[in-house]
Design a protein around this ligand. Structure first.
Ligand code: T3D
Length: 261
């Protein structure tokens, strides 16, 4: 049987591929369980210092598979609160809580929870031809998996409400122009750019990158005073670490730094 989650280990980083292309990599509970396991494996591997998430085929992820998990059946309607919080939202939590920088290469359509998974990653590259769709409204659902959180913070309330309430698709170029993602690329260079970026992050200062994730995660609820204190505390830790020592030494010796694993 073809694995619906494929993991490709590289030198210092893991590529995790959503691999159900016939349904545009729409996810279900067992597939999300395997995605969570792949994220856990990367997290637990000391040689892994970055992750690249992408999709196989012409889609990135079409959100929840509109199959038995969400089809009202003889036993009544599905418990979407349970499904969302146990599986979809756990993926978002795991991506955000990870020590690892996560790059997302949005190779095609990202709809519903699929768009949220992309936006939960640290750096999002998308093909210019990719589409981001808040598909929930088309099936009578509300945005989930962090969509209302991420969109209001990246593109603002007006555009977030428009996308959520209308369900209109925007392409990768528009997503980049609106500040929803890092960058839109030509479709045929997307994967090479995303892989090179992930490899660069894997050679970066892992402890500092993990601290940055902690710092950015705290900003939505911190006031400036609290955030300054957090920055000072994390800078204190970084300043006592081997990465700073190597960074400064490399600068003084006019060579690229080699950060410890
Ligand atoms: O617990 C909870 O939280 C509940 C779940 C919530 C999270 C969610 O993600 S809700 C949103 C669920 N997703 C959707 O509503 C998206 C449904 N799909 C679409 O609207 C469109 O397929 C797309 C806009 C994503 C792409 O359109 P297009 O024209 O490029 O492709 P297509 O022809 O519609 O789809 C291609 C195939 O993928 C097709 O199969 P076929 O006919 O070739 O055999 C289609 O049925 C299949 N597919 C697409 N999305 C899904 C899917 N199969 C199952 N589940 C899907 N979500």
């Amino acid at each position: 049987m073809t694995e619906d989650i494929r993991v490709e280990p590289h030198d210092g980083w893991h590529k995790i591929v959503l691999n159900a292309p016939a349904r545009l990599n729409a996810v279900n509970a067992p597939m999300l369980t395997r995605l969570l396991a792949a994220l856990d494996t990367a997290e637990a591997d000391p040689s892994c210092r970055a992750v690249l998430l992408t999709g196989e085929g012409r889609g990135f992820c079409a959100g929840q598979e509109l199959g038995p998990d969400v089809t009202p059946g003889p036993n009544g309607p599905p418990d979407l609160e349970h499904l969302a919080s146990t599986y979809h939202h756990e993926v978002v939590r795991r991506l955000r809580a990870s020590r690892l920088p996560v790059v997302c290469a949005v190779n095609g359509v990202a709809a519903g929870a699929g768009a949220s998974f992309a936006l939960a990653c640290d750096i999002v590259l998308a093909a210019k031809t990719a589409r981001f769709v808040q598909a929930f409204v088309k099936i009578g659902l509300v945005p989930d998996s962090g969509a209302s959180f991420f969109l209001t913070r990246t593109i603002g309330d007006a555009r977030a409400r428009g996308l959520a309430m209308l369900g209109d698709a925007i392409d990768g170029e528009t997503a980049a122009a609106w500040g929803m993602i890092w960058k839109a690329t030509e479709p045929d260079t997307l994967m090479a750019e995303a892989e090179a970026m992930t490899a660069t992050l894997a050679q970066g200062p892992s402890a500092a990158l993990a601290a940055m994730k902690q710092m950015f995660a705290a900003t939505p609820t911190n006031d400036l005073h609290t955030q300054l204190n957090l920055e000072a505390r994390l800078q204190g830790v970084a300043g006592r670490g081997a990465e700073f020592a190597e960074g400064v030494r490399a600068f003084q010796e006019k060579r690229p730094p080699v950060f410890p694993a």
